[in-house]
Design a protein around this ligand. Structure first.
Ligand code: S3P
Length: 210
């Protein structure tokens, strides 16, 4: 991956952040969470709803939203599938680690991360230190229903994608429990999941300030 990637990500972020602060038609008053002075980072499996929930959450909070996968693709100039295919997973993980480190350093945003990001020990340590992490916890049927409709995820291009998804869940769920907050992502409407996250984050911050 391009070594200047971090730099480019920073200036793109600044532009986007300015854009996302502009009010637009249909904007509602932000839900405020007192003392939310760091990034809100969504972690969890592919198909857990991190991007969709994150986008709505950011709108409700009046914060910029960024998707780490999208930022990696922009910086690399190609899709995640192409990065995996041409350079391999380890290279993707290096880029993912660097991009996330840069994004969380840039002030409060809502950030959706790819399913493997929190599995990286360095990224996990960084997020624990600098961000508030929310695990969107979904069960197998929900995840399978969502991921089986799409074909862009390289890790699921296997002979047995169901088995692969199960294996990844088994490996990852014990680590995801290390997130600060866990919120169930089920078949409830997205705004209901967003409400759950907002309530859980408020409670968490209240608990911290006691
Ligand atoms: C991955 C999840 C993907 C993407 C990449 C690897 C993973 O993101 O980062 O394909 O390791 O689970 P989503 O969780 O947004 O699908």
């Amino acid at each position: 991956m391009d070594p200047s990637l971090n730099q480019r990500v920073t200036s793109q972020d600044a532009d986007r952040r300015n854009d996302s602060r502009k009010a637009g038609p249909g904007d509602t008053a932000p839900d405020s969470i007192p003392a939310l002075n760091r990034c809100l980072v969504l972690v969890g499996m592919m198909g857990a709803g991190k991007s969709a929930v994150g986008r709505q959450l950011a709108q409700r909070l009046g914060l910029p939203f960024l998707d780490a996968d999208t930022e990696i693709e922009k910086a690399a100039g190609c899709s995640i599938a192409e990065i995996f295919e041409q350079y391999g997973e380890a290279h993707f993980r290096d880029g993912e680690r660097r991009v996330i480190a840069r994004l969380v350093d840039d002030g409060p945003i809502v950030l959706a991360t790819g399913g493997g990001a929190f599995m990286d020990a360095d990224t996990r340590a960084l997020l624990k230190e600098k961000a508030l992490t929310v695990w969107l916890n979904a069960d197998f049927d929900i995840l399978w229903d969502r991921v089986s409709r799409r074909t862009h995820r390289p890790l699921l291009q296997t002979a047995d994608p169901k088995g692969t998804l199960k294996r990844l869940m088994t490996e990852r769920y014990p680590v995801y429990t290390e997130a600060d907050i866990t919120v169930v992502s089920d078949e409830a409407p997205k705004d209901e999941t967003v409400n759950r996250v907002l309530a859980a984050v408020s409670d968490y911050i209240e608990g911290e300030t006691k």
